[in-house]
Design a protein around this ligand. Structure first.
Ligand code: ARG
Ligand code: ZN
Ligand code: CA
Length: 290
C-alpha cells in the first residue's frame, strides 16, 4: 500500500484509471458477469527473474517450476486443501479459470526457459522496487503488457512479497517474492512453502484487495460482496470462527488467499473475487492473455 500510494501521488491519471476499473467491475457485477468458461482457461505467460547474491538465493529451475505449478493449482481450484473450507463457504470456493506458463519466447522472439538469472552485490532488497532496476542491483521487467514478471530475491524486513495493481507504471509492473517463500520445493521454507505468497500477490496484480480493506477498523472493504467485511489481517492459523465487524456467526474469511494467514491455511478465492480478476483481464490486463 505504501508503494501504491506513492504511485498514486506520482501520476494523477493513475487514480482516474483505477476509478474506471472499479466502474467496470461494478458494471460486471451488476450484470451478473459470470466466470468466463467458454474458451477454457485464460493463459498468461510468466517470466521469473531470479536475483541472487548467495548460492541459496539462486533458485533451481525445479523450484521455479514448482511455483508455476502451485499457481495453476490455486487458480484452477485444484488444491486438495480446499476441503478445509468451513461448510458455510464450500459453495464459494471458486475456480478462477486462469493458467500460468513459463514463457518460451523472450521479448525478441528468442527461445527461452522463462527464467533469468542476475547476480547482485546486494544482501537484500526492500519494497522500493530496486530489484527491478539494474542501477540498483536488480533487473528490468520484460514487456509487462505481454508477460507477468515475477522476481525472486532476498527481501528484508520480514516481507514475503509485494505486487503492483493494474494501471501502474510499466517499468515496475509485476510481483516480487522472497526466495524462501517461492514455490514448494528447494529452499522454500515452512510456513510459506506452498507457493501461496505468489497466489496472494498475483491476486493483487489482477486487482484484488485485502479482505480487511486495508483499514485498521471496519470502515474499508475489498470491493467484493461475497467476502465478509473484516477488521484487520489474520496471521498464522486462526481458529474458526474469528468474528470482527459484526460478521458473525461465520466471521472473517481468513482462509481466503487475500488474508495474511500461513500458506497451509489460505485455500480459496470467491466467485466475486474471480469477477474482479476477470474484469482486470478483460480491461487493463487484457494484453497479457495469450
Ligand atoms: N505481502 C504479504 C507479506 O509480505 C504477503 C503475505 C502472503 N502470505 C502467505 N501466507 N504467503 O506479508
Ligand atoms: Zn497483500
Ligand atoms: Ca468484502
Amino acid at each position: 500500500m505504501i508503494i501504491h500510494n506513492r504511485n498514486l501521488e506520482a501520476d494523477p491519471s493513475y487514480r482516474e484509471r483505477l476509478h474506471q476499473y472499479e466502474h467496470d467491475v461494478n458494471a460486471r457485477m451488476a450484470a451478473g458477469f459470470k466466470v468466463a468458461k467458454k474458451k477454457g482457461p485464460m493463459k498468461i505467460q510468466v517470466v521469473v527473474h531470479v536475483v541472487y547474491k548467495n548460492p541459496d538465493e539462486k533458485l533451481s529451475a525445479a523450484q521455479v517450476k514448482s511455483q508455476i505449478k502451485a499457481l495453476n493449482r490455486d487458480y484452477r481450484a485444484a488444491n486438495a486443501d480446499k476441503s478445509d473450507a468451513p461448510p458455510v463457504w464450500t459453495g464459494l470456493v471458486a475456480d478462477a479459470g486462469i493458467e500460468f506458463v513459463l514463457a518460451t519466447k523472450d521479448p525478441k522472439g528468442k527461445k527461452t526457459t522463462g527464467i533469468t538469472y542476475t547476480k547482485t552485490t546486494r544482501d537484500e532488497f526492500g519494497d522500493d522496487d530496486s530489484v527491478k532496476d539494474p542501477a540498483q542491483g536488480g533487473v528490468k521487467p520484460w514487456n509487462s503488457a505481454k508477460y507477468l514478471n515475477l522476481w525472486s530475491c532476498n527481501l528484508g524486513g520480514g516481507l514475503l512479497g509485494y505486487a503492483q495493481f493494474p494501471g501502474g507504471p510499466a517499468t515496475t509492473d509485476g510481483v516480487v517474492i522472497l526466495y524462501t517463500a517461492f514455490g514448494t520445493t528447494g529452499v522454500a521454507a515452512v510456513p510459506f512453502n506452498l507457493g501461496r505468497t505468489a497466489t496472494h500477490e498475483v491476486g493483487h496484480w489482477l486487482n484484488l484487495r485485502h479482505i480487511w480493506g486495508d483499514t485498521p477498523d471496519c470502515s474499508g472493504g475489498d470491493g467484493v460482496s461475497d467476502t465478509p467485511n473484516a477488521a484487520t489481517p489474520n496471521f498464522n492459523k486462526p481458529n474458526f470462527p474469528h468474528i470482527t465487524c459484526n460478521n458473525g456467526p461465520s466471521g472473517d474469511m481468513f482462509m481466503n488467499y487475500m488474508d495474511y494467514v500461513d500458506d497451509d491455511t489460505m485455500i480459496m478465492f470467491t466467485p466475486q473475487q474471480v469477477v474482479r480478476m476477470h474484469s482486470a483481464l478483460a480491461g487493463p490486463r487484457a494484453s497479457v492473455v495469450i
